[in-house]
Every structure is written in C-alpha cells, then in structure tokens.
Design a protein around this ligand. Structure first.
Ligand SMILES: Nc1nc2c(ncn2[C@@H]2O[C@H](COP(=O)(O)OP(=O)(O)OP(=O)(O)O)[C@@H](O)[C@H]2O)c(=O)[nH]1
Ligand SMILES: [Mg+2]
Length: 265
C-alpha cells in the first residue's frame, strides 16, 4: 500500500501570489507581508515575477530578471515593451523548472510572489498557468488586490469583481480578495465597500442609486451573473502603510492551505 508523507504535506511552504491591476500595491504588499512574517518569527521569501520592473523597493530572494530582462528581449527580438512582456512571459514558462529549483532550495514557511502589473498577461497567457503549476502546485493561493480608487464606486467595484473572477476562472487555485491601500479610504467608504462584498442587495441598490446610465444596467447584468456563479464575497481590508489586515491575510492563507493550523516556529 502506498504511504502518504503527511509531514511533508504539513511542512510544505505556502505560496501566495499577489495579483491585481497596475499600481494597486502588489510589490509594496509583498514586501510588507514578508516583514510582517519575519516580525512574527516566520520565514518568508519573496519572488519577483516581473521581468520588466525597473527598481523594486525590496531585494527579492528570487528574481526572474536573473533569467529574463525585458530590455534584452526588446533588443534581441525587435519588440516594443508590450510585445516583449508577452514574449518574456513565455520565456519565464520555459525556464520555470530551473526557477522552481532555486525557490525549492529555500527552507521557508512562505513564498510570496510579486506578479507583473499587466494583470491580463498573468490572467490570459497559458504560460502563467504553467508557471503557477510548476512553481507552486497544490501550495498555491492568490491574493487579488482591489484598487481602492476603483472599488470606491459601485460600477468600479463590479468591474473589480469581474477581474478577480476572471483570474479565478483562469487559475484554479484558492483566491482571497483584498481591499488594498485601505488607509487611503475614509471609514465610511471602507464600510460601504466591505458591505458590498457581503451583501449582494446592498451592492445592487448602490448601483441603482448611482445612475440610470446604460453602464449601470450592464453592471447589474454582470453582477447577477457573478452572483449566480457564486463569485464575489468578502474583502479583507489591508494596508502596507499601517500594517492593517496583514494578520488576516496570514490567518486566511493558513486556513485555506492548511486547514487552520499554525506553522511551527
Ligand atoms: N497609502 C498607501 N500607499 C500604498 C500602499 N501600497 C502601495 N502604495 C503606493 O502605491 C504605489 C504603487 O505601489 P506598488 O506596490 O508599486 O504597486 P504595484 O501593484 O506593484 O505596481 P505595478 O507592479 O507597477 O503594477 C506606490 O506609490 C506605493 O507607495 C498602501 O497600503 N497605502
Ligand atoms: Mg509591482
């Protein structure tokens, strides 16, 4: 009879991908969450998956730019920045076994993965799915960051829900929705946004109150479809600035990937 190594399953590092639209706070949160983990006595390494990033505010433990640099792809293949990003995404997938070996070489509780700002690249390229499967397998989870300025209006909130649902649809791994940079929102705005995540009718009413424009009608149709599909759900408000919500990210990832058990330290 085949035996299962439960110890290996429990001790495996948990992988968290930070995903979201350009400038929503992925890199800052990757860094803030690593520091938070370290302050709590846990180990966490960071992986930069963006071959096009110029300067990062933290020094990643594993950096995809050691394999692929966007400027070199542009020069060698005669591509513009966007075409080069697409080519680079495929090149990362081709090198992913080697990158995964380097990541696996770290003895760590958490692997925090900072993804490129072009969320559609991560979402729609088959190569990204290969990267997640090869790098993380069963240990993968995604933190999807809602941009606070977009999530503030009912129409923007539904658009963000659609993006998060698309990411979830394309990447069949657990997805945790975060309200990013919550320190930039007033308490009233934060409460309103959090209510929309918990109460379908509150969001529907907010959409109806917002305007009678055609755009709102479209949002309502989308919202109804998302509700039927069981998409959406509560957001965790977080801030890399104040540290709010970082503990909640930790608790949720533990809950999802390890059935609520705390890592030993
Ligand atoms: N007030 C506040 N500002 C933040 C927070 N997180 C990030 N920022 C700021 O938002 C801007 C973008 O942050 P990044 O972390 O670079 O965002 P990103 O999603 O990695 O950006 P791209 O990789 O370019 O898509 C920077 O000016 C950050 O200082 C936060 O929690 N609170
Ligand atoms: Mg970034």
């Amino acid at each position: 009879m085949q035996s299962v190594n439960f110890n290996a399953l429990v001790m495996a590092a948990k992988h968290v991908y930070f995903v979201g639209t350009a400038g929503c706070g992925k890199s800052t949160l990757t860094n803030a969450f690593q520091l938070w983990l370290q302050n709590q006595g846990y180990d966490g390494i960071t992986v930069n998956l963006d071959p096009g990033v110029g300067t990062l505010l933290y020094a990643p433990d594993v950096d995809v730019r050691d394999w692929i640099k966007i400027e070199e792809v542009m020069a060698e293949q005669g591509l513009g920045p966007n075409g080069a990003q697409v080519a680079a995404a495929d090149m990362i997938a081709l090198n992913i076994r080697e990158i995964a070996q380097v990541v696996d070489g770290f003895d760590t509780d958490y692997v925090l993965i900072d993804t490129p700002g072009q969320v559609e690249l991560f979402t729609f390229r088959q190569s990204s799915r290969v990267v997640v499967e090869e790098l993380s397998g069963e240990a993968a989870s995604i933190c999807y960051l809602f941009d606070p300025m977009l999530a503030k209006t009912p129409n923007g909130y539904v658009s963000s829900m659609m993006l998060a649902s698309t990411v979830h649809f394309r990447m069949p791994v657990p997805l945790i929705s975060l309200l990013s940079k919550s320190d930039l929102l007033s308490e009233t705005d934060t409460e309103r946004i959090l209510l929309w995540g918990q109460d379908y009718y509150a969001l529907l009413n907010a959409l109806l109150d917002e305007s009678a424009e055609a755009q709102t009608q479209v949002s309502i149709e989308f919202l109804q479809a998302l509700e039927t599909l069981g998409a959406g759900g509560s957001l965790i408000p977080v801030s890399s600035e104040t540290g709010a919500g970082l503990e909640d990210i930790y608790a949720t990832v533990q809950q999802i990937l390890e059935g609520g058990e705390d890592v030993e330290h």
